[in-house]
Design a binder for this molecule. Structure first.
Ligand code: ADP
Ligand code: MG
Length: 522
């Protein structure tokens, strides 16, 4: 349900501010300036920017022969075993001089003045030139402060440029050294995003609680903990009564069977149809055993004014038809192959309204037994939904015969094949033991049946049972161990997209396609 919660402008502002703060910290890290703040992090993240030193080589008269500049690309900190990378830029002031320049590179200990590395080279340059070179330090060089000296001379004079360097072993591995700022930024960004999202969630929760604490005062229906209701948005069935929150059922529960109970005209078939519509929208097979013919209405778009007026409230768009296969069951078609239709996408309606109650019982017994014996593959998720409307008729009390025992078997076994049962009944309490114990979701709509009201009273107290006795059509109480921590809550079911009415006989004749019928040979 939290899907419908409004996020206020201040929440968005907070989120944006946390994000900006995060980005700011990341920029700080990349600039390495934060290293100063962190203090203890002593390794350098990047080579220092190139240092540059200059000198002038003069001739005996004091005139300028060349301007010299030194660039040290490797920076002032070098590890033993690594090289000093540098270049000397010589710009002739006195062109035409063809004698060689002599370059002497030397590393001298800053304290003892002792030279321990020396290299020289000569270069004939009668134009300006850049001499790039490297001076490798041995592995054994002791750590400490040194001076890198570059002595440039010609026959007349010489100039020395000195550049201080520190020889220090870098503890971090070069790879980690290179990537540490990246990892730090990732951690900071993740932390900032996590705390931002958590804060918005927490804020939303608080706001929602506050909003409904107020509303609860004017509503007889106890509000659920909205955050414990199905979050998967699988089957949109309506809104939580007296709230603005959308109510969903989960596919993880629909394969554990559902029973909708209530008195005649209280909206139980419509509630069942809403669930069926949602599965059809998701392209799941839905099979209906329809003893009254009402489910044939799936073939037409909803034209009912009363329902259409409520589309806005529930955020519904246009009405929709679902193109069901309608199969009329008569004595001649009793042995239709149910398993042939079980996993066929879309809706298959078996019209049973031409059969006597005894034959209906026989047909359902036969159909469920076919499925039971079909050797279906096991499945942990919902593969198909079987709807049994007016299922109380199978109870011995209402004249049922063999099918009731078969139904007990079905609720026990069908779940493992991903075949969910959606049962619509006038009574609930009369379903005992095996059936009640295997129903994941119970939906109780208005009833005057004392047995069911008593059951609600015993489970949830007189306040709730009084509500059941007074419920308006289209409202239902939902109970499922996985929703609202098992406590009951109330839903106002959404209107249908398809027509709530049975087709006329003429419409039906057009729809019943005898050709689609598949009978069993055994
Ligand atoms: N969710 C709903 N929205 C609007 N009208 C509804 C809704 N549920 C039921 N109704 C109205 O109540 C009538 C009876 O509903 P129905 O489900 O056929 O009753 P039941 O199966 O309990 O006998 C419907 O024809 C419709 O007019
Ligand atoms: Mg009905």
């Amino acid at each position: 349900m939290p899907s419908a919660i409004n996020v206020s402008k201040s929440q968005i502002l907070f989120f944006v501010l946390t994000l900006i703060l995060g980005i700011f910290i990341v920029i700080l890290i990349y600039n390495s300036s934060i290293m100063g703040l962190l203090g203890s992090v002593s390794f350098p993240l990047e080579p220092e920017s190139q240092s540059s030193l200059t000198g002038v080589l003069t001739n005996l008269d004091g005139g300028i022969t060349a301007n010299i500049s030194l660039q040290v690309a490797s920076g002032s900190q070098v590890s033993p075993g690594k090289a000093i990378l540098f270049s000397v830029n010589v710009t002739h002031a006195n062109l035409g001089n063809t004698e060689p320049f002599i370059f002497i590179y030397e590393i001298v200990n800053a304290n003892s003045n002792q030279s321990f590395l020396r290299k020289d080279e000569r270069f004939y340059g009668n134009e300006s030139f850049i001499l790039a070179s490297r001076l490798g330090l041995p592995d054994v060089v002791p750590e400490g402060n040194y001076v890198f000296l570059v002595n440039i001379s010609n026959s007349q004079n010489s100039v020395v440029i000195s550049y201080p360097i520190t020889v220090e072993r870098v503890i971090a591995t070069p790879w980690l050294q290179e990537h540490i700022s990246f990892f730090l930024s990732i951690i900071v960004v993740a932390f900032v995003i996590f705390s931002g999202v958590y804060y918005v969630f927490w804020l939303r929760k608080g706001l929602l609680k506050k909003k409904y604490e107020e509303r609860q005062k004017n509503s007889p229906y106890p509000f659920p903990d909205f955050f414990t209701l199905p979050q998967s948005k699988y089957a949109y069935v309506g809104i939580v009564a007296d709230s603005d929150e959308k109510a969903y059922l989960d596919h993880t529960q629909l394969n554990r069977h559902t029973l909708i109970a209530g008195g005649t005209g209280s909206g139980k078939t419509i509630a069942g149809m809403v669930i069926a519509e949602e599965l059809l929208k998701r392209n799941l097979p839905v099979i209906v055993f329809d003893p009254v013919g009402q489910w044939s209405g799936f073939a037409k778009k909803n034209a009912d004014e009363h329902m259409r007026k409520r589309y806005n409230k529930f955020g519904l768009g246009l009405p929709q038809a679902f193109n069901p296969r309608v199969i009329e069951i008569t004595d001649a078609t009793m042995h239709v192959d149910i398993t042939h239709y079980l996993f066929m996408k879309g809706m298959t309606v078996f019209r049973l309204d031409k059969l006597t109650p005894r034959k209906v019982d026989e047909f359902i017994d036969m159909a469920l037994s076919q499925i039971y014996r079909a050797n279906l593959p096991e499945s942990g998720s919902l593969q198909s939904l079987i709807v049994l409307d007016e299922v109380h008729r199978l109870l011995p009390k209402y004249g049922g015969r063999k099918a009731y025992t078969r139904l007990e078997q079905a609720v026990r076994e069908f779940r493992k094949w991903g075949v969910g049962l959606l049962m619509v009944s006038q009574v609930l309490t009369d379903f005992k033991g095996a059936i009640r114990g295997n129903i994941g979701t119970e939906i109780q709509v208005h009833t005057r049946y004392e047995g069911d009201i008593k059951r609600v009273r015993e489970r949830h107290g007189a306040v709730i049972s009084n509500l059941i006795a007074k419920l308006h059509t289209g409202l239902g109480m939902v109970e499922c161990a996985d929703y609202n921590k098992g406590a009951p809550y109330f839903i106002e079911f959404r209107p249908l997209l398809h027509s709530p009415y049975k087709l006329t006989e003429t419409e039906m004749k057009k729809l019943v396609k005898k050709g689609t019928l598949v009978l069993r040979m055994d």
